[in-house]
Design a protein around this ligand. Structure first.
Ligand SMILES: [Zn+2]
Length: 152
């Protein structure tokens, strides 16, 4: 795998596209990103965490915009993680800053990170996915909004 990856997730971490779409996704993505050497489509029962690697800068509360410390965030991650099924529950957790109920996927990550049961992972051959390409992917995946993660 490349050192620079693009990971495409559905914004709804519980959702998976239907089987026909899943089967066709790789060919569709390969046509959109002809220079990509590795494209992997992952579907899991469990909700997995997809990080941005060394691109990580900070995390903010979406309600009051306070920066969460890495320690605070790890406590939230631990509270949501279920070791029995190796999955994140995506529960509504009270944030330590303002008490707002929020799931881990809705925190403001810089760079973007996310959670999901479906992911497209490929080497980054384009730098940044442009808005038209993102819109085409969203239409293909059943008009589902996507999160794009740049992992380095
Ligand atoms: Zn807050």
């Amino acid at each position: 795998m490349s050192e620079h990856e693009i990971i495409i997730l559905l914004c709804n971490p519980q959702q998976q596209p239907n089987a026909d779409i899943i089967a066709a996704t790789k060919a569709f993505i390969a046509a959109l990103f002809p220079a990509a050497e590795h494209i992997e489509v992952t579907c899991t029962d469990e909700v997995r965490y997809y990080d941005c690697g060394g691109n990580f800068e900070h995390i903010h509360c979406p309600a009051c915009h306070t920066e969460l410390s890495v320690e605070q965030w790890h406590r939230l991650m631990d509270a949501d993680y279920n070791a029995e099924n190796n999955s994140f529950a995506m529960q509504q957790l009270a944030l330590p800053c303002c008490g707002k109920l929020c799931n881990l996927n809705d925190l403001q990550y810089s760079f973007e990170q996310g959670f999901g049961r479906f992911a497209i992972i490929m080497d980054n051959s384009v730098g940044v996915v442009d808005a038209a390409t993102q819109a085409a992917i969203e239409v293909f995946l059943g008009n589902q909004p996507v999160k794009i993660i740049y992992r380095h």
